[in-house]
Design a protein around this ligand. Structure first.
Ligand code: GTP
Ligand code: MG
Length: 374
């Protein structure tokens, strides 16, 4: 099973290049973040501005078709992009492109999106809105320069038992804490593809962390994805759920499980990578436009071409490699776990030691003793 994937993953360059086409370019025009005018408008006024029917030339039939496809607001149109909208609604591509352009213009007009050409200062200001969620381990937070970021996709990959799911569980609780305690006073959305979401475990961790377990569970929205297409459907509907639940964190645990089991054999690889590419770009756009943190877990395989070092590689090929903002490799080290930053636009390739215990993710005992001494 693993050997199959080694061959497939290592020979995908050609097919992946093919999948780069429409989706990649589309995503470029929808990467803006939240605006500053939001705070001055009431939620009703904001909702009215976001109504699809307020777009010129868009009538009730189009609006209804979009709603049936889970697209409720102008922001949803911009996030989904023309290819996805055409697929979901059976509109002609031209119509979908026109809709997206109208949505984008409207968003620029009302200050939700910034202009296409902006100064570096404006980009810098937008990045100042990035917020961070503590992982539960100060070592791991330090590696991430303050915790898991909003407006980004953070990928944790590693072998079974390396702590991926435990990190996801702990983050779901930490995001609920106030900012001074490492959270964002917000909820979480958990897309569970491997049936490993455990509310009992969450309750235990919440109690250990001094949180009310009932209240904590109420702020986590869970969706079990039964197939890869179900997983894609769920991510397409995220916009509304994020708004309704005031979520600042979206978890996908795990990204590749369904794709790996459904797409067997080399002949299916191009389709798999194409679908995966769209899924990943939707996640990225959601993170950026809604200022939420996306955290996903990934499985590993052994790369036969690695003569030196650790031959462990994340699965998903170039598509996942190019779209994850940050990639962290987790490995076991006795009772502890070691996280290594493998891919990041600005983090150094450092390592951090953490542990898994009744508090979920935590610092190892010796590290805690050291920080107490300071
Ligand atoms: P796969 O999904 O199988 O690839 O693994 P994963 O990386 O998601 O592993 P996961 O996060 O589920 O980590 C499992 C490990 O967490 C176990 O081997 C334990 O070391 C640890 N763990 C899980 N629950 C508890 C607990 O209640 N107490 C303690 N002390 N450790 C726990
Ligand atoms: Mg897991």
């Amino acid at each position: 099973m693993i050997d199959d994937s080694i061959d497939l993953e290592n020979n995908v360059t050609e097919s992946e290049d093919v999948t780069e086409s429409e989706d990649v370019t589309e995503s470029e025009d929808v990467t803006e973040s939240e605006d500053s005018s939001e705070s001055t408008l009431s939620s009703e006024e904001n909702a009215a501005l976001m109504e699809i029917s307020s777009l010129p030339g868009v009538g009730p039939v189009t609006t209804k078709k979009l709603q049936d496809a889970g697209i409720y607001t102008i922001l949803d149109i911009a996030v989904r992009g023309p290819t996805d909208i055409a697929d979901a609604t059976s509109f002609e591509t031209d119509k979908a492109v026109e809709l997206c352009n109208k949505a984008r213009l409207k968003l620029v007009e009302i200050g939700k999106f910034e202009k296409d050409f902006v100064t570096a200062t404006e980009i810098y200001d937008r990045r100042q809105k990035i917020e961070r969620i503590s992982t539960g381990s100060s070592n791991l937070d330090e590696l991430l320069i303050g915790g898991v970021e909003t407006q980004a996709v953070t990928e944790f990959y590693g072998e079974f038992g390396s702590g991926k799911t435990q990190i996801c569980h702990t983050l779901c609780l930490n995001v609920q804490l106030p900012v001074e305690d490492g959270g964002l006073s917000a909820g979480a959305i958990y897309i569970d593809t491997e049936n490993t979401f455990r509310p009992e475990r969450l309750r235990d961790i919440a109690v250990e962390r001094g949180m009310d377990p009932d209240e904590a569970l109420g702020k986590i929205i869970v969706a079990k994805a039964f197939t890869s297409s179900h997983q894609e459907l769920l991510v397409g509907e995220l916009g509304k759920v994020i708004e309704d639940s005031n979520a600042k964190l979206v978890i996908v645990d795990s990204l590749m499980g369904h794709y790996r089991s459904e797409f067997l054999g080399r002949g299916t690889l191009a389709t798999r990578q194409h679908r995966l590419n769209r899924f990943m770009h939707l996640l990225t756009r959601t993170a950026e436009t809604r200022n939420v943190a996306v955290v996903m877990t990934n499985q590993v395989m052994s790369a036969p071409d690695a003569f030196f070092g650790d031959p462990t590689r994340p699965v998903g090929g170039h598509v996942v490699a190019h779209t994850s903002t940050y990639r962290l490799y987790l490995r076991k080290s006795g009772k502890n776990r070691i996280a290594k930053m493998k891919d990041s636009p600005y983090h150094p390739e450092h390592e951090a030691v953490f542990t898994l215990n009744e508090r979920g993710v935590d610092d190892p005992v010796d590290a805690k003793a050291k920080s107490k001494k300071k």
